[in-house]
Design a protein. Structure first.
Length: 240
């Protein structure tokens, strides 16, 4: 089977770096040149460079670039504040806004021919899920100390042993649900687009799927961040 031509893989080959075609390269250099990593770096570079170029110097009367970023950042902050309060939203805004912007771009970049979505790799989605999982437990201990265990015991002391087991299973299941949901939806979008472009790319058949892919990309980015917000807000609230 012929390997797909990826934009960054062509660049890697041109500058003499290895282009790994298998799921895992045999050397360290091949592993860090995996497409899901190289396209992650491309997205991170985009998030660093583009705001710098479009935002420029902050002005009292904003221009087009400043208006766009103010609307985007303000919208994300309002979305977070709606679910956890303004103070907590400001505290968690940097990491949650980064998650949203990265996930949105990572989902949508795969719609471009010659590009792939890093979030179609379980390595990326699982790494993001582990960060969210550790973060919400850290917040729980920060706000409640060792009393955080009450989130796992339930309201009835007699049922506490059963509830602890149930809550622990459900809590670890968050790692699977967060990572697999994003990974599965984006991978399915990538496969469907690849098949349609191969079979009927010249007849514009994939266009409806491209439109659907944009919708799926936005929804999955929102769902991932919304679940992260719910987990963090729940950990910071008092146990009932």
């Amino acid at each position: 089977m012929e390997h797909p031509i990826l934009f960054i893989s062509v660049i890697l080959d041109w500058i003499g770096l290895p282009v790994p075609h298998g799921p895992i390269g045999s050397t360290f250099l091949e592993k860090i040149c995996q497409p899901y990593l190289t396209y992650s770096w491309l997205i991170m570079a985009f998030l660093f460079v583009v705001p710098k170029l479009t935002l420029g110097k902050l002005e009292l009367i904003p221009g087009t670039g400043q208006n766009f970023w103010e609307a985007l950042i303000g919208g994300i902050l309002d979305f977070l504040a709606e679910h956890m309060g303004r103070e907590k939203a400001k505290m968690l805004f940097p990491i949650l806004a980064t998650f949203f912007l990265y996930t949105l771009l990572a989902n949508m970049i795969g719609l471009l021919p010659g590009f792939m979505s890093p979030t179609s790799s379980l390595n990326i989605t699982l790494a993001m899920s582990i960060i969210v999982w550790l973060m919400h437990h850290f917040l729980g201990f920060r706000y409640h100390g060792w009393q955080y265990y009450k989130h796992f015991t339930g309201p009835i002391p007699l049922m506490a042993p059963f509830m602890i087991v149930l809550e622990l299973i459900g809590n670890f299941a968050r790692l699977i649900s967060l990572s697999m949901r994003l990974f599965g939806n984006i991978l399915a979008k990538e496969i469907l687009l690849a098949v349609l472009f191969t079979l009927a790319g010249a007849f514009f058949a994939p266009l409806p799927v491209l439109a659907l892919g944009v919708l799926v990309s936005v929804i999955q980015a929102l769902v991932f961040v919304l679940l992260a917000v719910i987990y963090c807000a729940g950990a910071m609230d008092h146990a009932h």
